[in-house]
Design a protein around this ligand. Structure first.
Ligand code: FES
Length: 156
């Protein structure tokens, strides 16, 4: 069956096709440029290797930040001297958390989320605990790894 008239004109069809091509081209180009400018953006490793000396002098009941790929990692030296490492990103909407030493808790200022010093979510909207990492040592290196990740210590 042949239509007597078209719903769109030939010009509208070509303009839409041309406009769509331009949008696809520029979004691909912008994405490539963003990946070039920020190579670690959004990437998370299975483990990171840090210099143990940098973390040796941390006072008890305080944290030190490290780069967990493109996001924040937090190394906590607890009040009793125990050490834990966390992904310092809130499980609600991925804001960075910070440690409130006077309360011995992590706080997310975005929506008043709270985590205890084990990373457990205790108040506010965060639905899950903070991700806790494993800590390994090899010589002068400190290896922080995702739980269950395979780390070949011979190659580190
Ligand atoms: S992002 Fe942390 S409480 Fe919402």
């Amino acid at each position: 069956m042949k239509l007597k008239y078209s719903l769109i004109t030939r010009r509208q069809f070509l303009n839409t096709l041309f406009g769509g091509s331009l949008i696809a081209f520029f979004s691909g180009t912008l994405f490539s440029l963003a990946k070039f400018a920020f190579p670690t953006l959004g990437k998370e490793p299975d483990f990171v290797v840090l210099d143990k000396k940098e973390f040796a002098g941390i006072p008890n009941n305080s944290t030190k930040a490290f780069a967990w790929g493109g996001v924040l990692g937090l190394f906590l030296k607890k009040a009793d001297g125990g050490m834990t490492a966390f992904k310092g990103v809130c499980t609600h909407m991925e804001c960075n958390v910070n440690y409130k030493s006077e309360q011995k808790k992590f706080y997310c200022a975005c929506h008043q989320g709270w985590f205890d010093d084990t990373g457990k979510n205790i108040a506010g909207p965060p639905p899950k605990p903070l991700e806790v990492f494993e800590i390994m040592e090899k010589g002068e290196k400190l290896i922080i790894a995702r739980k269950g990740a395979k780390v070949d210590l011979a190659k580190v």
